[in-house]
Design a binder for this molecule. Structure first.
Ligand code: OGA
Ligand code: MN
Length: 290
């Protein structure tokens, strides 16, 4: 029997904070040993940019399924018709209509943290990369937790955050929206609140990370807002530190993956027509945070 030889996969860190680029693999055709190395690298570096990939929606879905069960978005409007596992993010407007979500992720967040089982991994295949704008940032929430003051660490020990998709209930919302009647929209589509520990432990690495976000964490369970909101403000002020951030300028062919249990991310926006940005997104269901 011949030995299984792993290919030339190279893992190269992208910043001091987090992130690594992966060179020398074809994500659509990875032997198990390479896939396991990739997943280990993802857990270690939190975000990976696999260079020079062009997965079609079916291959992207198959690749995502190697990580676990697909998580479908609550908003069905922009799921791909014949491949609903893939959600379209796009700034393109055709006949006055958006062809995909134009502004996903424009506040710091962890994907789907507003449900009981938030996303473990998000996978974005770049399809059209603009020359200007459309960058994405990630921040290292393990580092954020580890650098908290002893006082803050003690104050959040054992606390449970309240997460909601409903911007109308979020005191940090600027009320800028593409929806005509945002209050009606958010009240209609938002699922019931989800409750997650403010500090969670990663099931594979055992590392602790902060698990709160300005976008989805709207309060703290069994704590008055007079106490909870200033505490959340203090955590968000701590997270707002460039030392924790990796800023990604997309290259054509980038297939980007991140581990939502250890990071928040932000779409920087700023794509100006006629330039277009298009991404295909798949998400993998995570465990109940603990
Ligand atoms: C997402 C997201 C950011 C971006 O797909 O979950 O937040 O820059 N995307 O597209
Ligand atoms: Mn997101």
């Amino acid at each position: 029997m011949s030995e299984v030889v792993t290919s030339e996969m190279v893992v190269r860190p992208l910043s001091d904070a987090m992130g690594a680029e992966i060179i020398g693999v074809d994500a659509a055709n990875m032997i198990d040993a390479d896939f396991e190395r990739l997943r280990d690298a993802l857990h270690e570096h939190i975000m990976l940019a696999v260079r020079d990939q062009a997965l079609d929606p079916a291959s992207q879905t198959a690749f995502a399924k190697r990580f676990g069960e697909i998580q479908y978005h609550i908003n069905s409007e922009y799921k791909m018709k014949d491949q609903p596992e893939v959600l379209i993010l796009s700034t393109e407007v055709v006949d006055g209509k958006n062809v995909g979500i134009p502004d996903a992720g424009s506040d710091w967040h962890s994907d789907h943290s507003y449900v009981d089982r938030p996303t473990a991994y998000t996978i974005l295949q770049s399809v059209v990369v603009p020359e200007h704008g459309g960058d994405t940032e990630w921040t290292n929430m393990v580092m954020a937790y580890e650098t908290l003051s002893d006082d803050l660490k003690a104050r959040i020990e054992g606390l449970i955050g309240i997460h909601s998709f409903n911007r109308a209930r979020n005191p940090r919302w600027s009320r800028v929206s593409r929806h005509k009647d945002p209050d009606e929209y958010y009240n209609r589509v938002s699922p019931p609140d989800a409750f997650h520990p403010i500090v969670r432990t990663h099931p594979a690495t055992g590392r602790k990370a902060l698990f709160v976000s300005p976008r989805f964490t709207i309060g703290i369970k069994e704590m008055d807002d007079t106490e909870a909101q200033p505490l959340l403000d203090a955590l968000f002020a701590h997270i707002d530190n460039r030392d924790f951030v990796y800023h990604h300028k997309w290259r054509p062919g980038d297939l980007v993956l991140w581990d939502n249990r250890q990071t928040l991310h932000l779409a920087c926006g700023g794509v100006k027509p006629p330039e277009v940005r298009r991404m295909h997104r798949t998400t993998v269901l995570g465990e109940i945070p603990a």
